[in-house]
Design a protein around this ligand. Sequence first.
Ligand SMILES: [Zn+2]
Length: 287
Amino acid sequence: MTQALPVAALVAMAGLVLVALPRIMARRPGWRRAPRPALVVWQAVSLAGVVAALGAAPAAIPLVTDEYSGPHLLVVGVAVAVSVFMLARLLLSGHRVGRRLREVRRQHRELVDLIGLRDDRLGTHARVLAHPSPSAYCVPGQNGRMVLTEGALAALTPGELTAVLEHERSHLRARHDLVLEFFTVLHESVPARVRSSAGMGEVRLLVEVLADRRAVSRTDPVTVGRALVRLAEVPAADGLLGASAGTAATRIALLDNRAAGWMAPVMYAFGVLALATPVVLLVIAWH
Ligand SMILES: [Zn+2]
C-alpha cells in the first residue's frame, strides 16, 4: 500500500493547489507589498498544481507493472482520471483563451489605429481617442498600443501624464499580458464550479502594482497617486490592461509601502518548495 502513497499525495496536492490554495493565497494582502516575488510564488504554486495533476498517471505506472492488488487499482484509476482530465482541460482552455485574447486585441488595435490620433509628444505607439472621460490603457501584443482619451490628456498634469505613460509602457515592455494569459488559461482549466476568481483578481492587482512602481521610479508616489485617482472611473475591457484596474485606494496604499527585506527570499523559497514537491513525489513513486 505504501507504494500507492506518492500517487495519492499527487492527486491530493493537485486538488489542494488548484482549488483551495488560490482562495488562501488571495487572503494574504501583505504579499502585495512585494509584487514581483508574489507573482513568482503564484506562478510556481500554480505550475506545481499542474505538474501534480499531470504527473499522477505517470506516477501510477509502477503500480500497474507490479503484481495485481485490489486497492492499487482504485488509486491507478483515480490518478489516470485526474491526469487525463487536467490535460484535456488545459489544452481546451489554452486554445480558447489564446484565440479569444488575440481576437479581442487585434480588433481593438485596428479600431484605435482607425479612429485614434497620433500625438508626437506621446511616441509612435500611442493613440488618442476623442472621448471626454479620462481613461488610459494598453492593447498588449507584439505591436502593442498605448491608448489615452482626450479627457485623460485634459485631466492630467505633465508629471501625471509621464507617470501614466510609464505605467502603460511597463505593461507592454514586461509583457504582463503573457503573465495574465498563463493564469487565465490555468484559471479556466479548473471547472467553473470549484474555481475561485479571487486568485485571478489578485494576480491582476499584482501586475498593476508592478507597473505603478515603475511609474513611481520615473516620477514620485504623490504624482502616481493623483494620476490613479483621475483615471479611476473607467474599468478596462477584457484582454486589455487598463491603468484603472484594481481599486485605486488599494493601489495608492501600495505605491510606497515596500515589504521588509527578508520577505522576498522567504517567498522565493516557498515557491521553490511548492514546485519541488510534486517532482519529489514523482521520483519517490518511480523509485
Ligand atoms: Zn495597468
